[in-house]
Design a protein around this ligand. Structure first.
Ligand SMILES: [Zn+2]
Length: 593
């Protein structure tokens, strides 16, 4: 039995103190390693860079440990039980790593627990100790990890089936709010940490509705007997990471429903969409997963073409479920869907990278986006969501509404339950054709491996949805809403932001007005036609301009002033607005409500 122990002698310094007791270490020398990435977040993060003061001892005293590479160690052969101790610096306030201070603690096992090679398949225990100091006297523990000798929500002894299980149940500790509810007979907790003002009963009601939808969508019983939403509330922030029986979420304070708030505003709708997304992953990616993830190689990159399906289909159902549950109406759903259409349409990267390539290159491109990303890549989340819609609408159209993407997902779930096998590269395409009853491989190949625009306008029209494509009101508009104001005829082809010293150029579109004139991301615009402008004023200025007009722009690049004559190009119709054009047809063929 491997026994881990985690605590902290001084939480304010952000250090977790970890010990590992190995009763029967490898007689030839015990090997140990730490993951370099965490499942669900496809980037090499080198968690070992935060590990220090590694020491080992046996009955005779200190045992030397050789470091083999950035994340692998080997202790020399020893006598009897081997005990390791080390510290982990935990100051990453995200859902991917670990964070500790005098207010709360949070960790993913992949950041703090060394894997004991040769023992990873065996059950292990973890003693979660209360961090030292008065600040932590009232702290509790929230995790979906199994309890062995610990009262609910208290420090004590927890257990895991194996190392994979140990690192798939993040742990939150601190003074948090706990809201319990039941969905389809499964106990759920919402753990809210941080400072917030929230209508907790409302939140529990809405999340229960979503959870029941997803459980019934795949079919009862749910694959877990307990589930926890761990929400860290912050001023600004957004993120989520899925686990087998929990999710860690980072949410901004304003996204929680305020007491007395009746409507679902845009921020709360985003938060519910995030919860829906991570919960859907309980099936799609935590259980149904690419074959290459079985098991995960957490030492190096694992390549798959399929993230468009595991993230994209999940992104499709996250908002669609809010509609199906009755939490939002059809117009609100169409607004969100139109925003995704707009997001994909706005980058010429969509014409360069397919959804499969985007998935494959997640390690170096999607997770390492720079200022040129919109010109170079497409998001497998956003395009994957649109591909899911294409497949759904195509199946519905071919079968007179009898078949849909729902059948594909349910079949994937049944296949997983039957043999636990992973999804092969062509597995989903094959299944879609099987369910359609006709060979859709050419249609699907174009969606997944092609770089042309998706055939959504036709599919949506056929489903009773009106598709309007127009120019954007201004550079901040996300799309989805009808425009009553006058629209500009020209566009700078750039994302700008008000700054202290001028207008910062965040991104330029390839061959757009600014890039053609020589401006670049990183430039700071200080004057347009000799006048100081902010974002609102430049939007106003563009409303009065025509294609071919020239603006004289002064901008700093580093500390050097440059002058550019920018010929304004015609604005692109890259903003989508959808509405229900034929209510009966939309209800029957797609939206269902
Ligand atoms: Zn996701």
């Amino acid at each position: 039995m491997i026994r881990y122990q985690i605590g902290s002698r001084h939480p304010a310094s952000h250090y977790f103190d970890v010990t590992i007791s190995i009763e029967h270490p490898d007689p030839t020398g015990q090997a140990l390693r730490l993951p370099n990435w965490i499942p669900g977040s496809y980037m090499i993060r080198d968690f070992a860079r935060n590990l220090l003061d590694l020491r080992a001892a046996d009955v005779n005293g200190m045992v030397s440990v050789e470091q083999i590479d950035k994340s692998n160690w080997r202790a020399v052969p020893c006598e009897g039980e081997l005990t390791l101790s080390y510290r982990v610096y935990a100051n990453d306030l995200s859902v991917r790593a670990a964070h500790l201070d005098h207010n709360h603690g949070y960790y993913n096992g992949s950041s703090v627990f060394l894997e004991v090679l040769g023992h990873a398949e065996q059950p292990c225990e973890v003693q979660i100790e209360r961090p030292q100091g008065e600040d932590c006297a009232d702290w509790q523990v929230a995790t979906s990890l199994g309890r062995k000798l610990a009262e609910p929500y208290e420090f004590g002894l927890y257990e895991a089936l194996d190392y994979d299980d140990l690192i798939d149940h993040p742990v939150e500790m601190g003074c948090f709010s706990r809201i319990a509810f039941e969905a389809c007979g499964v106990a759920h907790d919402i753990i809210l940490s941080g400072r917030f003002d929230c209508d907790e009963a409302r939140l529990a009601d809405d999340l229960r509705t979503i959870c029941e939808h997803h459980i019934r969508f795949f079919g009862e019983p749910a694959p877990m007997d307990y589930y926890q939403f761990q929400v860290l509330v912050v001023g600004e922030g957004y993120g989520g990471l899925e686990h087998r029986a929990s999710t860690s979420l980072l949410a901004k304070r304003d996204s929680l429903p305020k007491p007395g708030q009746l409507e679902i505003d845009d921020d709360y709708r985003d938060f519910l969409g995030l919860c829906s997304h991570e919960y859907f992953h309980t099936w799609n990616v935590k259980r149904i997963k690419p074959e290459v993830y079985r098991p995960y190689d957490l030492q190096s990159e694992v390549y798959t073409d399929l993230l468009w399906a595991f993230e994209g289909i999940t992104s499709y159902y996250d908002d669609l479920a809010l509609l199906r549950c009755g939490l939002i109406d059809a117009q609100s759903y169409l607004e969100l869907f139109a925003q995704t259409l707009t997001r994909v349409r706005r980058g010429c990267g969509r014409l360069r990278q397919s959804a499969a390539e985007s998935s494959f290159n997640t390690w170096t491109k999607f997770y390492k986006q720079d200022e040129n990303a919109a010109n170079a890549i497409v998001s497998y989340y956003a395009k994957g969501c649109l591909i899911a819609a294409c497949i759904d609408l195509k199946l519905r159209a071919l079968s007179d509404g009898a078949k849909s993407l729902d059948d594909v997902m349910r079949q994937l779930w049944q296949d997983f339950q039957r043999d636990g096998r992973g999804v092969e590269r062509e597995g989903i395409q094959q299944l879609v054709s099987d369910i359609a009853g006709v060979d859709l491989s050419a249609f699907l190949d174009e969606l997944i491996y092609g770089t042309g625009d998706l055939p959504l306008a036709g599919l949506l029209t056929e489903a009773g949805i009106g598709v309007l494509q127009r120019v954007a009101k201004n550079s901040q508009e996300k799309g989805g809403k009808t425009a009553s104001d006058k629209l500009p005829a020209v566009d700078l082809g750039a994302a700008l932001k008000d700054g202290d010293n001028g207008l910062a150029v965040l991104r330029v579109a390839e061959e757009g007005s600014l890039q053609t004139a020589g401006l670049s991301a990183g430039d700071v615009i200080i004057a347009v036609d000799g006048l100081k402008l902010n974002l609102a004023k430049i939007d106003n200025r563009l409303l009065r301009a025509s294609p071919g007009d020239v603006l004289r722009i002064h901008a700093f690049r580093r500390d050097e002033l440059n002058q550019f004559d920018v010929t304004l190009q015609a604005a692109l119709e890259d903003t989508f607005v959808l509405d229900v054009a034929d209510a009966e047809r939309a209800k029957w063929s797609w939206l269902g409500v």
